[in-house]
Design a protein around this ligand. Structure first.
Ligand code: ADP
Length: 469
């Protein structure tokens, strides 16, 4: 089977979060299963672009509103990622340093999608499946079916995977002329709540829709940032498939970012060495339990509660633990977390930045990972943490609920709580401190979680079954 993945992110080319991790791994594992999976994404000005060699495979042009865009498709030469990687270059539009966050993002990603569809419509041999990811690629199923210029693609089946339904790519109808001429009777397939809503359009037009965990799909029926009714209506074609993790990239036994590699036999000593290096770097105490948070500093992740949780925990539990935060996001949360450093020197440190290498070192060196998310479609951090023997403290929501079981329950191994409140989170930290005191139990749990199979092998097969259906 031949599959084309279309996405705004793909690790290690460009990543802002879990979407990048998934699109960087799933195609590789589908290829390992004997299928042909390829990735098409925008060409941003990232390090990967300058450090690798590419061939030009296609040049084309299209009109969008009153603009005319030339585009070029380049292909990475060595196949080093485990799949064919194609980048879409549109001069002045996509070739920027950041992935998102520009005023003209609607224009940028609509242009990207038109270029992809325009290019595919000129292939002699078409793929079996076009698998689009999130709203930045979600207009493609509509374009393939209803835009006059691309009718030769209308027979190809499309799948939309929703990594996060909070972001939908809304555009006012004044931007309708961004989309190539379409059958006007089908305008309803673009619309939700009086706007052009790319994510809603993808849900309506794709043959199948998947979310990145079964728990998240259930939640979307009640809480989907305005799309609840649509999920309810389309539930027959929606499936929840839990993300996997790329065990080649996230492997404590072979990780060039960390000080000491380790496995289930020697983790007790080696993990402590990684912890010491990390604590020395940030002026923390390696003899105390280390709790980390890694992620976007936004309300969805309940990052706004972190300053209160950290202060309360350090005061009420008499500084028995250390905290280390890595993240970036809302400026006011960043400010608060920076500010806290001067209050809790020796107990707390924060790094307000995006740093892939440091994230590996933190998963390896920490005792606990905190994820109090208000919304968590799947969550990869808890799975990475477990692979590195770091015990997750998570709110029972979405994919966190699907992947972490409380150590108080039979066979459990993590710490779970119900509400994203300072009280609930601080209480969970208290439970973590109690667990930490029981050294043997803690070691058993670390060994248990390091062996949990969250690899892509399993989920990649489920996606293939979905394509076959
Ligand atoms: P989301 O996609 O909602 O941000 P996920 O848990 O699905 O959350 O994926 C987050 C990914 O991004 C993980 O690989 C995590 O390690 C990484 N990440 C998030 N913030 C940072 C950061 N500041 N530095 C390094 N890696 C980060």
């Amino acid at each position: 089977m031949e599959i084309i993945h279309v996405s705004a992110e793909c690790y290690p080319v460009a990543k802002a979060g879990g979407l990048g991790d998934v699109v960087g791994a799933l195609p590789k594992y589908q290829n390992k299963l004997g299928h042909i999976a390829k990735v098409v994404m925008p060409m941003y000005r990232t390090k990967f672009l300058y450090e690798n060699s590419f061939d030009v495979v296609h040049k084309g042009a299209f009109g969008l509103a009153h603009y005319w865009f030339d585009y070029t498709i380049i292909k990475e030469r060595t196949n080093k990622l485990g799949f064919d990687l194609y980048l879409v270059d549109i001069y002045g539009i996509l070739d920027r340093e950041r992935i998102y966050g520009y005023d003209d993002d609607s224009l940028r990603f609509t242009a990207f999608q038109i270029a992809v569809v325009d290019w595919m419509s000129q292939w002699n041999h078409h793929p079996d499946i076009v698998h689009v990811h999130d709203h930045q690629a979600a207009l493609i199923p509509f374009m393939m079916q209803y835009c006059y210029a691309y009718q030769n693609l209308s027979y190809i089946k499309t799948i939309l995977t929703i990594h996060n339904a909070e972001y939908q790519g809304w555009m006012g109808w004044e931007k309708a002329n961004y989309i190539p001429h379409w059958d006007p009777w089908k305008s309803g397939m673009l619309e939700w709540d009086n706007d052009i809503n790319p994510l809603a359009s993808g849900i309506k037009c794709a043959a199948k829709v998947s979310t990145v965990s079964p728990g998240y799909l259930q939640e979307l029926m009640h809480n989907a940032n305005g799309l609840e009714m649509l999920f309810e209506y389309e539930r027959g074609k929606c499936f929840g498939i839990l993300n996997g993790i790329d065990t080649d990239v996230w492997n404590p036994a072979d990780d060039f970012f960390i000080q000491e590699d380790y496995n289930t036999e020697n983790f007790k000593q080696k993990k402590q060495i990684n912890k010491k290096v990390l604590c020395d770097q940030f002026n923390l105490d390696e003899t105390k339990p280390l709790i980390i948070f890694i992620g976007r500093l936004v309300g969805e992740k309940a990052a706004d509660l972190l300053p209160y949780v950290i202060s309360d925990s350090i005061y009420h539990m008499e500084g028995k633990m250390n905290f280390l935060i890595l993240g970036s996001g809302e400026w006011w949360i960043e400010d608060q977390l920076q500010h806290l450093r001067s209050h809790f020197t020796g107990y707390y440190h924060s790094q307000i930045q995006y740093n892939e290498k440091l994230s590996h070192q933190m998963y390896a060196g920490a005792d606990f990972l905190l994820m109090p998310s208000r919304v968590e479609p799947c969550g990869l951090n808890q799975m990475y943490a477990m692979r590195y023997g770091t015990i997750p403290i998570v709110r029972r929501t979405g994919g966190l609920n699907d992947t972490v079981k409380d150590f108080g329950d039979e066979g459990g191994y993590g710490i779970c709580f119900n509400d994203a409140t300072v009280g609930d989170i601080t209480h969970s930290i208290y439970r973590a401190m109690q667990l930490y005191e029981q050294r043997e139990r803690t070691h058993e749990i670390r060994k248990q979680i390091m062996q949990i199979d969250n690899s892509w092998e399993r989920s990649a097969k489920i996606y293939i079954n979905l394509y076959n259906s």
